[in-house]
Design a protein around this ligand. Structure first.
Ligand code: 6PG
Length: 472
């Protein structure tokens, strides 16, 4: 039997779908799973009749691959990735390439790239987005590592990726852990948008008294607009329209209000704090999940801490597409992208990733969870100015901000008076109001710091470093 073009380790749903994707694009494949029963099950099921063979152990797996070997690992992030690397390394030869397609922490990827490249193997840390369907039909892929390693997988990943009007949704991201870092930030933006849409739902339900179908109709309308058309808005409509087969009621109302998380949102926020990037909308979405998990405490607190009674305010009507609420949704989503892109720009400088911002926007236009029509505008903005400090000051985005800010403010104020939490919307309002304010009150913070701790301050009217004996 001739040697296979591509190897896959880890037959979870993502692994299965990615190998079927590779095979359907003409790459004969070999698969390995820790338990061989799973491999057999796959080969006699979804993998039957395809150009895919199984391997009983890693030595067998490696021997069935053409050189240089291209091996994609789809195993759980953390220890399992290191374990597979350790187990397979004795069988690899110079130039062979391992690709980690999981959601690994980017520092781990930095370490693995350095270790494996020093042994003359290639290592690519590749973010893969799009869920199970994307993996099968074409995901967005964010590979990082050495350029030489990328070149060795380029023909494979360009075929496997989602295709949009200006090419496949994959590009060489940069060195080291940059691919996984970009995927992490993608997920931070994903967390932000999910929470923003949940806040819109909460307002329509609790203030507007709307049912699932009525809200789904609003999301369907939003999905037809340039500003909000996106995969996440599309699936929100589906979620809200779906009924519980048991009783025909809105299924979403039967779901426990505790959101899980696997780490990437947290890593985005931690990286941002460490690098001095401002990501309040993304942070608010992470904190929203943390608060949601405190279910038992919230149940106890509800009768103790009295808020205002829910009262209605002008969020628009379904006939006008809930205009002020749409303003709030649009600006908060734009802020999530702006904050994520800003973090990428800062990280690129700090780690010498040399990230190409328009290319990142381009590969997020298809396949991935945050795909949206807006990404074309983001791509255009960074093409016009690759050093753009903040997306929101690009002329097209600035016009959106200037037009929609009153709507966002109205919704945040109304929600505050109705006692309904809108952490992403209110953080976005503060973010925009802070960013557009040339003089903030941190002069007083500086005065206090100098007063109690002689931390010194700068002045606006003369150069130098100053200290005052405030308490004399
Ligand atoms: C994607 C997703 C995916 C991620 C899940 C889970 O791009 O396909 O980002 O990779 O793992 O969305 O994330 P949480 O469980 O942390 O919400």
């Amino acid at each position: 039997m001739s040697k296979a073009h591509f190897g896959l380790i880890g037959l979870g749903v993502m692994g299965e779908n990615l190998v079927l994707n590779a095979e359907s694009n003409g790459f004969s494949s070999v698969v390995y799973n820790r338990t061989y029963a799973k491999t057999e099950e796959f080969l006699s099921g979804r993998g039957a009749g395809k150009n895919i063979q199984g391997a009983t152990d890693l030595q067998d797996f490696v021997s069935k691959l053409e050189r240089p070997r291209r091996i994609l690992m789809m195993v759980k992030a953390g220890g399992p990735v290191d374990a597979v690397i350790q187990q397979i390394s004795p069988f690899l030869e110079e130039g062979d390439l391992l690709i980690d397609g999981g959601n690994s922490e980017y520092h781990d990827t930095e370490r693995r790239v350095a270790e494996l490249e020093s042994k003359s193997f290639g290592f690519i840390g590749m973010g893969v987005s799009g869920g199970a369907k994307g993996a099968l039909e074409g995901p967005s892929m964010m590979p990082g590592g050495t350029k030489a390693s990328y070149d060795a997988i380029e023909s494979l990943v360009r075929k496997m990726a989602a295709q949009v009007e200006d090419g496949p949704c994959v590009t060489y991201i940069g060195p080291g852990g940059s691919g996984h870092f970009v995927k992490t930030v993608h997920n931070g933006i994903e967390y932000g948008i999910e929470q923003i849409l949940a806040e819109g739902y909460d307002l329509m339900k609790r203030v507007g008294g709307m049912n699932g179908t009525q809200m789904a109709d609003v999301f369907a309308h939003w999905n037809s607009t340039e500003e909000l058309s996106s995969y996440l808005v599309e699936i929100t409509e589906v979620c809200l329209r779906t009924k519980d087969p048991d009783d025909g009621a809105d299924l979403v109302e039967k779901i426990q209000d505790k959101a899980g998380q696997k780490g990437t949102g947290l890593w985005t926020v931690v990286s941002a704090l460490q690098m001095g990037a401002s990501v309040p909308t993304i942070y608010a979405s992470l904190n929203g999940r943390v608060m949601s998990s405190m279910k038992e405490q919230r149940i106890k607190a509800e009768p103790i801490l009295k808020g205002p009674a829910i009262k209605s305010f002008d969020m628009g009507t379904p006939a006008d597409g809930m205009a002020p609420l749409m303003d709030a949704m649009v600006l908060a989503c734009m802020a999530s992208y702006a904050q994520g892109m800003e973090l990428l720009r800062i990280a690129s400088a700090e780690h010498n990733y040399n990230l190409n911002m328009p290319s990142i926007a381009q590969i997020w236009k298809g396949g991935c969870i945050i795909r949206a029509r807006l990404l074309k505008r983001i791509q255009d903005a960074f093409n016009a100015d690759p050093q753009l400090a903040n997306l929101l000051i690009d002329p097209w985005f600035a016009e959106q901000v200037n037009r929609r800010l009153p709507g966002l403010a109205k919704v945040v104020a109304g929600a505050a008076e109705a006692g309904i939490p809108v952490p992403c919307l209110s953080s976005t309002l503060d973010y925009i109001n802070s960013y557009r304010t040339a003089r903030l009150p941190q002069n007083l913070v500086q005065a206090m710091r100098d007063c109690f701790g002689s931390h010194t301050y700068e002045r606006v009217d003369k150069d130098g470093i100053f200290h005052t004996e405030w308490l004399n």
